[in-house]
Write a protein that binds this ligand. Sequence first.
Ligand code: 13P
Length: 275
Amino acid sequence: MTPRLRLIVGNWKMHKTIPEAVGLVEHLADLLKKSPPTNVTIVIAPPFTALSAVASALTTHGLFEGTGGGTSRPGSPPVSIAAQDMHWEDAGAYTGEVSPPMLKDLGCRYVIVGHSERRRYFGETDALVRKKVLAALRHGLRPILCIGETWDQRARNQTGSVLAAQLTEALTDVDKDQGADVVIAYEPVWAIGSGQPATPTQAREAHRHIRARITARWRHETGERVPILYGGSVTPENIGELLAIREVDGALVGGACLDPPQFARILAVASSAKA
Ligand code: 13P
């Protein structure tokens, strides 16, 4: 089985105006040019409002991997863009929402779905997450499905059952062929923005559990191809330890991706990590 490529996703959350976003990309492009990472797939998820400007800035630097494939400069991996959320319908009377075709139009290849901040602050349920996963796959967008337990659930020994329920709910009706396009991000809610990442033991255990579930669901071949990312207080200092865990295929980075030197260091460590 070929090793899964390291996948590093930067979730900008609700940060950066258009000029700030372009400035961030310019800085990051500069750093990537100076020391190009290898063996790593890079995705960034700016807010909706900045997606177009970010795609243009990446294109200017020959770094944009749009839906039609890469235009990367030699030696440097291309960067794909992701949206942080989307609606499941193609169009309709849904004030304030953004549809899958709109994201495709902008050149998005990925979309984050079911982030715990959406579940917590916007009442997003597993049933809605499922619709979004299916809509993404229908439109050729790779869903980055976020799952994870709260501290209370962990303290009550419910981590396994919470992850299992979230996976089952979100992936019902996703068949084996579509399964290969899914990315899963294990983000323990208590580790997000807290400066307290999961320990290697906690991460290994959760990732093993998730892998076992998806290989049982889609059979070994597909289940093994699905990247399982870790997210929650990832920094340049702890990414090496996290990627050293065989079961961790990459990271979903929040705060640290807003700082280009930190994000570039994370990519550099990911490049040198053993696959
Ligand atoms: P932090 O890296 O800031 O903890 O955020 C993680 C996250 O929520 C990424 O989606």
